[in-house]
Design a protein around this ligand. Structure first.
Ligand code: NDP
Length: 274
Protein backbone atom coordinates (compact mmCIF):
# COMPACT_ATOMS: atom_id res chain seq x y z
CA UNK A 1 0.00 0.00 0.00
CA UNK A 2 1.34 3.43 -1.00
CA UNK A 3 -0.03 6.12 1.32
CA UNK A 4 -0.39 9.61 -0.10
CA UNK A 5 -2.29 12.74 0.86
CA UNK A 6 -2.90 16.35 -0.10
CA UNK A 7 -2.67 19.16 2.44
CA UNK A 8 -4.56 22.40 1.90
CA UNK A 9 -7.10 24.87 3.26
CA UNK A 10 -9.77 24.68 1.94
CA UNK A 11 -9.47 21.13 0.67
CA UNK A 12 -13.00 19.72 0.23
CA UNK A 13 -13.03 20.68 -3.48
CA UNK A 14 -9.77 18.85 -4.25
CA UNK A 15 -9.93 16.41 -7.17
CA UNK A 16 -6.53 14.91 -6.33
CA UNK A 17 -7.85 11.67 -4.73
CA UNK A 18 -9.97 11.03 -7.86
CA UNK A 19 -6.95 11.60 -10.12
CA UNK A 20 -4.42 9.55 -8.15
CA UNK A 21 -6.77 6.61 -7.59
CA UNK A 22 -7.36 6.58 -11.36
CA UNK A 23 -3.57 6.57 -11.97
CA UNK A 24 -3.12 3.77 -9.42
CA UNK A 25 -5.78 1.64 -11.15
CA UNK A 26 -4.10 2.25 -14.49
CA UNK A 27 -0.73 1.14 -13.08
CA UNK A 28 -2.14 -1.74 -11.01
CA UNK A 29 -0.83 -0.25 -7.77
CA UNK A 30 -2.57 -0.14 -4.39
CA UNK A 31 -2.70 3.51 -3.37
CA UNK A 32 -4.56 5.26 -0.57
CA UNK A 33 -4.73 9.00 -1.32
CA UNK A 34 -6.56 11.20 1.20
CA UNK A 35 -7.25 14.90 1.54
CA UNK A 36 -6.34 16.68 4.74
CA UNK A 37 -7.57 20.08 5.91
CA UNK A 38 -4.70 21.88 7.65
CA UNK A 39 -5.37 24.85 9.96
CA UNK A 40 -3.39 27.90 8.85
CA UNK A 41 0.12 28.01 10.30
CA UNK A 42 0.22 24.29 11.15
CA UNK A 43 1.61 22.64 8.00
CA UNK A 44 4.82 21.71 9.80
CA UNK A 45 2.88 19.64 12.40
CA UNK A 46 0.75 18.04 9.71
CA UNK A 47 3.83 16.96 7.73
CA UNK A 48 5.56 15.59 10.83
CA UNK A 49 2.49 13.58 11.80
CA UNK A 50 1.91 12.20 8.32
CA UNK A 51 5.48 11.16 7.72
CA UNK A 52 6.18 9.90 11.29
CA UNK A 53 3.02 8.03 12.13
CA UNK A 54 2.15 6.47 8.82
CA UNK A 55 3.99 4.73 6.06
CA UNK A 56 3.38 7.85 3.98
CA UNK A 57 5.38 7.92 0.75
CA UNK A 58 4.54 11.43 -0.27
CA UNK A 59 2.06 14.26 -0.39
CA UNK A 60 0.81 17.15 -2.44
CA UNK A 61 0.65 20.66 -1.08
CA UNK A 62 -1.99 23.08 -2.30
CA UNK A 63 -3.26 26.59 -1.56
CA UNK A 64 -2.16 28.35 0.63
CA UNK A 65 0.80 26.24 1.78
CA UNK A 66 3.08 25.91 -1.27
CA UNK A 67 5.46 28.65 -0.08
CA UNK A 68 5.43 27.29 3.52
CA UNK A 69 6.33 23.82 2.25
CA UNK A 70 9.32 25.32 0.45
CA UNK A 71 10.98 26.02 3.79
CA UNK A 72 9.88 22.81 5.52
CA UNK A 73 11.53 20.12 3.38
CA UNK A 74 15.09 18.78 3.76
CA UNK A 75 16.06 19.21 0.11
CA UNK A 76 14.68 21.04 -2.92
CA UNK A 77 14.60 19.81 -6.49
CA UNK A 78 15.43 22.44 -9.16
CA UNK A 79 11.77 22.70 -10.12
CA UNK A 80 10.93 23.88 -6.59
CA UNK A 81 13.96 26.14 -6.41
CA UNK A 82 12.88 27.99 -9.56
CA UNK A 83 9.24 28.22 -8.48
CA UNK A 84 10.12 29.10 -4.86
CA UNK A 85 7.20 26.85 -3.95
CA UNK A 86 6.61 23.14 -3.37
CA UNK A 87 3.51 21.25 -4.54
CA UNK A 88 4.89 17.70 -4.18
CA UNK A 89 6.91 16.08 -1.39
CA UNK A 90 8.50 12.64 -1.50
CA UNK A 91 9.98 10.86 1.48
CA UNK A 92 13.20 9.13 0.49
CA UNK A 93 14.24 5.78 1.96
CA UNK A 94 16.61 7.63 4.32
CA UNK A 95 13.63 9.62 5.69
CA UNK A 96 14.59 12.90 3.99
CA UNK A 97 11.75 14.98 2.56
CA UNK A 98 12.41 16.21 -0.98
CA UNK A 99 10.36 19.11 -2.36
CA UNK A 100 9.35 19.41 -6.02
CA UNK A 101 7.13 21.66 -8.08
CA UNK A 102 5.29 19.93 -10.93
CA UNK A 103 2.83 22.75 -11.80
CA UNK A 104 4.92 24.31 -14.59
CA UNK A 105 5.71 20.96 -16.20
CA UNK A 106 1.99 20.14 -16.00
CA UNK A 107 1.15 23.35 -17.85
CA UNK A 108 3.67 22.59 -20.60
CA UNK A 109 2.38 19.02 -20.96
CA UNK A 110 -1.17 20.30 -21.32
CA UNK A 111 -0.28 22.91 -23.93
CA UNK A 112 1.33 20.12 -25.95
CA UNK A 113 -1.70 17.85 -25.47
CA UNK A 114 -3.85 20.65 -26.87
CA UNK A 115 -1.59 20.79 -29.92
CA UNK A 116 0.16 24.08 -29.16
CA UNK A 117 3.92 24.21 -29.49
CA UNK A 118 5.78 26.65 -27.26
CA UNK A 119 8.93 26.87 -29.32
CA UNK A 120 8.97 30.00 -31.51
CA UNK A 121 5.65 31.28 -30.13
CA UNK A 122 4.89 34.68 -28.64
CA UNK A 123 3.37 34.01 -25.23
CA UNK A 124 1.68 36.40 -22.81
CA UNK A 125 1.55 35.23 -19.20
CA UNK A 126 -0.99 37.10 -17.06
CA UNK A 127 -0.30 37.23 -13.31
CA UNK A 128 2.79 37.31 -11.14
CA UNK A 129 1.81 35.07 -8.23
CA UNK A 130 2.98 31.57 -7.40
CA UNK A 131 1.48 29.86 -10.45
CA UNK A 132 3.02 32.39 -12.86
CA UNK A 133 6.43 32.12 -11.18
CA UNK A 134 6.31 28.32 -11.39
CA UNK A 135 5.47 28.45 -15.10
CA UNK A 136 8.37 30.71 -16.11
CA UNK A 137 11.29 28.27 -16.20
CA UNK A 138 9.38 25.37 -17.85
CA UNK A 139 8.05 27.76 -20.53
CA UNK A 140 11.45 29.37 -21.15
CA UNK A 141 13.08 25.94 -21.42
CA UNK A 142 10.85 25.34 -24.46
CA UNK A 143 12.26 28.41 -26.22
CA UNK A 144 9.33 30.68 -26.99
CA UNK A 145 10.11 33.50 -29.39
CA UNK A 146 9.10 35.89 -26.60
CA UNK A 147 7.52 35.49 -23.16
CA UNK A 148 5.75 38.58 -21.86
CA UNK A 149 4.48 38.92 -18.28
CA UNK A 150 1.70 41.29 -17.37
CA UNK A 151 0.29 41.79 -13.91
CA UNK A 152 -2.32 44.05 -12.32
CA UNK A 153 0.43 45.23 -9.98
CA UNK A 154 3.04 45.99 -12.63
CA UNK A 155 6.01 46.15 -10.29
CA UNK A 156 5.62 42.43 -9.49
CA UNK A 157 5.85 41.53 -13.19
CA UNK A 158 8.94 43.72 -13.46
CA UNK A 159 10.49 42.02 -10.43
CA UNK A 160 9.93 38.55 -11.91
CA UNK A 161 11.39 39.58 -15.27
CA UNK A 162 14.47 41.03 -13.60
CA UNK A 163 14.89 38.07 -11.24
CA UNK A 164 14.72 35.47 -14.03
CA UNK A 165 16.74 37.73 -16.36
CA UNK A 166 16.29 35.84 -19.62
CA UNK A 167 16.62 37.41 -23.10
CA UNK A 168 13.21 36.08 -24.16
CA UNK A 169 11.43 37.36 -21.02
CA UNK A 170 10.05 40.87 -20.47
CA UNK A 171 7.38 42.60 -18.39
CA UNK A 172 4.69 44.56 -20.22
CA UNK A 173 2.79 47.55 -18.87
CA UNK A 174 -0.94 48.24 -19.35
CA UNK A 175 -0.12 50.68 -22.18
CA UNK A 176 2.17 48.23 -24.00
CA UNK A 177 -0.65 45.65 -24.07
CA UNK A 178 -2.49 47.78 -26.64
CA UNK A 179 0.13 47.06 -29.30
CA UNK A 180 0.97 43.50 -28.35
CA UNK A 181 0.46 40.59 -30.79
CA UNK A 182 0.75 37.12 -29.29
CA UNK A 183 0.04 33.49 -30.20
CA UNK A 184 -0.81 32.13 -26.74
CA UNK A 185 -2.21 33.87 -23.65
CA UNK A 186 -2.00 32.05 -20.31
CA UNK A 187 -4.09 33.32 -17.44
CA UNK A 188 -2.24 32.67 -14.18
CA UNK A 189 -4.25 35.23 -12.23
CA UNK A 190 -6.94 34.24 -9.77
CA UNK A 191 -9.41 36.67 -11.35
CA UNK A 192 -11.65 33.90 -12.71
CA UNK A 193 -12.29 32.68 -9.14
CA UNK A 194 -14.19 35.91 -8.41
CA UNK A 195 -15.88 35.85 -11.81
CA UNK A 196 -14.10 39.05 -12.84
CA UNK A 197 -13.07 39.88 -16.41
CA UNK A 198 -9.45 40.92 -16.69
CA UNK A 199 -8.92 44.62 -17.38
CA UNK A 200 -6.92 44.02 -20.57
CA UNK A 201 -7.71 45.29 -24.07
CA UNK A 202 -9.73 43.07 -26.43
CA UNK A 203 -7.13 43.69 -29.15
CA UNK A 204 -4.58 41.46 -27.42
CA UNK A 205 -6.82 38.42 -28.01
CA UNK A 206 -7.20 39.02 -31.77
CA UNK A 207 -5.22 36.51 -33.78
CA UNK A 208 -4.36 34.61 -30.60
CA UNK A 209 -4.35 30.85 -31.22
CA UNK A 210 -5.00 29.79 -27.63
CA UNK A 211 -6.28 31.51 -24.50
CA UNK A 212 -5.51 29.17 -21.60
CA UNK A 213 -6.92 29.66 -18.09
CA UNK A 214 -5.06 27.83 -15.33
CA UNK A 215 -8.32 27.79 -13.39
CA UNK A 216 -10.85 25.11 -14.34
CA UNK A 217 -14.57 24.74 -13.86
CA UNK A 218 -17.50 22.69 -15.16
CA UNK A 219 -18.40 25.60 -17.48
CA UNK A 220 -16.10 27.91 -19.49
CA UNK A 221 -14.36 30.28 -17.06
CA UNK A 222 -14.91 34.07 -17.24
CA UNK A 223 -11.45 34.41 -18.85
CA UNK A 224 -12.35 31.86 -21.54
CA UNK A 225 -15.58 33.72 -22.26
CA UNK A 226 -13.73 37.05 -22.41
CA UNK A 227 -11.13 35.54 -24.76
CA UNK A 228 -13.75 34.03 -27.06
CA UNK A 229 -15.77 37.25 -27.21
CA UNK A 230 -12.57 39.19 -27.97
CA UNK A 231 -11.45 37.01 -30.88
CA UNK A 232 -9.13 34.28 -29.56
CA UNK A 233 -9.42 31.21 -31.81
CA UNK A 234 -9.29 28.56 -29.06
CA UNK A 235 -9.84 28.54 -25.32
CA UNK A 236 -9.01 25.94 -22.67
CA UNK A 237 -9.17 25.68 -18.91
CA UNK A 238 -6.59 24.24 -16.50
CA UNK A 239 -8.16 20.83 -15.88
CA UNK A 240 -5.59 19.17 -18.11
CA UNK A 241 -2.81 21.01 -16.25
CA UNK A 242 -4.20 19.74 -12.95
CA UNK A 243 -4.12 16.14 -14.16
CA UNK A 244 -0.69 16.57 -15.78
CA UNK A 245 0.95 18.06 -12.65
CA UNK A 246 -0.55 15.13 -10.73
CA UNK A 247 0.92 12.66 -13.25
CA UNK A 248 4.41 14.08 -12.67
CA UNK A 249 3.89 13.82 -8.90
CA UNK A 250 2.72 10.22 -9.27
CA UNK A 251 5.87 9.46 -11.25
CA UNK A 252 8.04 11.02 -8.53
CA UNK A 253 6.44 8.77 -5.88
CA UNK A 254 6.11 5.52 -7.82
CA UNK A 255 8.58 5.72 -10.71
CA UNK A 256 5.68 5.14 -13.13
CA UNK A 257 4.32 7.83 -15.46
CA UNK A 258 0.58 7.40 -15.96
CA UNK A 259 -1.32 8.39 -19.06
CA UNK A 260 -3.48 11.49 -18.53
CA UNK A 261 -5.91 11.50 -21.47
CA UNK A 262 -8.67 9.24 -20.07
CA UNK A 263 -8.34 10.69 -16.58
CA UNK A 264 -8.97 14.17 -18.00
CA UNK A 265 -12.09 12.90 -19.79
CA UNK A 266 -13.36 11.08 -16.68
CA UNK A 267 -12.72 14.07 -14.43
CA UNK A 268 -14.46 16.40 -16.89
CA UNK A 269 -17.47 14.08 -16.90
CA UNK A 270 -17.47 13.84 -13.10
CA UNK A 271 -17.37 17.65 -12.79
CA UNK A 272 -20.30 17.98 -15.18
CA UNK A 273 -22.50 15.77 -13.02
CA UNK A 274 -21.38 17.05 -9.61
P1 NDP B 1 -1.65 33.98 -6.27
O1 NDP B 1 -2.60 34.44 -5.21
O2 NDP B 1 -0.25 33.67 -5.90
O3 NDP B 1 -1.58 35.11 -7.44
C1 NDP B 1 -2.75 35.70 -7.91
C2 NDP B 1 -2.44 36.59 -9.11
O4 NDP B 1 -3.68 36.99 -9.68
C3 NDP B 1 -1.66 37.85 -8.81
O5 NDP B 1 -0.78 38.12 -9.88
C4 NDP B 1 -2.77 38.91 -8.72
O6 NDP B 1 -2.36 40.20 -9.07
C5 NDP B 1 -3.71 38.41 -9.78
N1 NDP B 1 -5.12 38.82 -9.61
C6 NDP B 1 -5.97 38.45 -8.62
N2 NDP B 1 -7.19 39.00 -8.83
C7 NDP B 1 -7.10 39.73 -9.98
C8 NDP B 1 -8.03 40.53 -10.72
N3 NDP B 1 -9.30 40.68 -10.32
N4 NDP B 1 -7.59 41.11 -11.84
C9 NDP B 1 -6.31 40.97 -12.25
N5 NDP B 1 -5.39 40.23 -11.60
C10 NDP B 1 -5.79 39.62 -10.48
O7 NDP B 1 -2.38 32.75 -6.97
P2 NDP B 1 -1.68 31.51 -7.71
O8 NDP B 1 -0.60 32.05 -8.55
O9 NDP B 1 -1.37 30.44 -6.73
O10 NDP B 1 -2.89 30.92 -8.62
C11 NDP B 1 -3.35 31.63 -9.77
C12 NDP B 1 -4.40 30.78 -10.49
O11 NDP B 1 -3.81 29.60 -11.02
C13 NDP B 1 -5.57 30.32 -9.61
O12 NDP B 1 -6.76 30.44 -10.36
C14 NDP B 1 -5.26 28.86 -9.36
O13 NDP B 1 -6.44 28.10 -9.13
C15 NDP B 1 -4.60 28.47 -10.68
N6 NDP B 1 -3.73 27.29 -10.59
C16 NDP B 1 -4.08 26.17 -11.31
C17 NDP B 1 -3.31 25.04 -11.28
C18 NDP B 1 -3.73 23.84 -12.09
O14 NDP B 1 -3.14 22.77 -11.90
N7 NDP B 1 -4.69 23.96 -12.99
C19 NDP B 1 -2.08 24.95 -10.46
C20 NDP B 1 -1.78 26.19 -9.76
C21 NDP B 1 -2.60 27.31 -9.82
P3 NDP B 1 -1.71 41.22 -7.98
O15 NDP B 1 -0.26 40.86 -7.90
O16 NDP B 1 -1.96 42.56 -8.57
O17 NDP B 1 -2.44 40.99 -6.68
Amino acid sequence: MIKLTVFGNPIAHSQSPFIHHAFAKQMDLVVEYRKCLVPLGTLSNALTQFFQHSDGKGCNITVPFKEDAFSLVDRLDDTALHAKAVNTIKRNDDGQLIGYNTDGAGLVMDLKRLGHAISGQRILLLGAGGAARGALTPLLQHQPQQLYIHNRTYVKAEQLASEFSHPQLSAVSDDALNDLEVDIIINATSASISGAELPIPASVFRGCQLAYDMMYAEAPTPFMVQAKNSGAYNQADGLGMLVAQAAYAFEIWTGKMPSTENVILDLRAALATS
